[in-house]
Design a protein around this ligand. Sequence first.
Ligand code: ADP
Ligand code: MG
Length: 262
Amino acid sequence: MTAVNEIPMKQMGLEKDGRLPVVAIDKVYKSFGEHKILNGITLNVSRGETLAVLGRSGTGKSVLLRLIIGLDHPDEGSIRIDGQDIAALSLDQLGDTRKKMGFLFQHAALYDSLTVAENVAFPLRHHRKGMSRSERCDRVQQLLAEVGLQDASEKMPSDISGGMQKRVGLARALALDPEILLLDEPTAGLDPISSREIDDLTLKLQREHQIASIVVTHDLFSARSIANRLALLDQGNVLIEGTFEDLRQSDIGFVKEFLKQS
Ligand SMILES: Nc1ncnc2c1ncn2[C@@H]1O[C@H](COP(=O)(O)OP(=O)(O)O)[C@@H](O)[C@H]1O
Ligand SMILES: [Mg+2]
């Protein structure tokens, strides 16, 4: 495997200040059969930064997240996590890399038959085998407190609201203290108040943990309040990338259209 210091600087996509991006997506292509989904996507995310990925339904946002997690592979191009091309990793190494990532899938995907506390404990049981039961309980309580759900630990997912379920999903995503947080439509299907709660929580996590986050969202209000940078995907490419203000000032028809309808 190539050591990080053997990779040419340009290829690593170093940030302007010389930092290595935590997630570096370089000219990634992905098709399913004849259906071209991603067409040479390049995006970087650094520590403490939140990138919002926007785009119409079906543009490949969730596919992109799956590639970053390594659940699927690009046809061409590379995805580097902390400088390491994930396609070059063995299964064991990929497992270790995945532990650096917390993810919240599009539908919170909690285990229905487990309590809130058991859901949050799940990654700890599987990946922190050395942890004692009482250490695990303490950690779960700490995580639930972080998302404001310390009183809901014994509830079942079906007994709590959609917003609370997302917060449980976030607590679970944070269980292994990730460097990278991937959130797929965290506010979809939530009322405005619950959506803003999730936004505030994401901002708090960003400030307190210096996580590199990628948030896929339809919710422009949310993207604007939580992201340092926004990238709008169209036809498998990054049509525009910048601050919300950069997007607002764009003359590109699709960008104007997208900002209007959201
Ligand atoms: N495993 C797969 N096999 C075939 N087609 C897929 C697969 N996963 C996603 N797609 C297709 O890729 C396109 C992008 O999907 P997705 O990333 O879920 O879009 P979105 O931007 O809404 O998250 C869709 O047309 C979807 O049907
Ligand atoms: Mg999706």
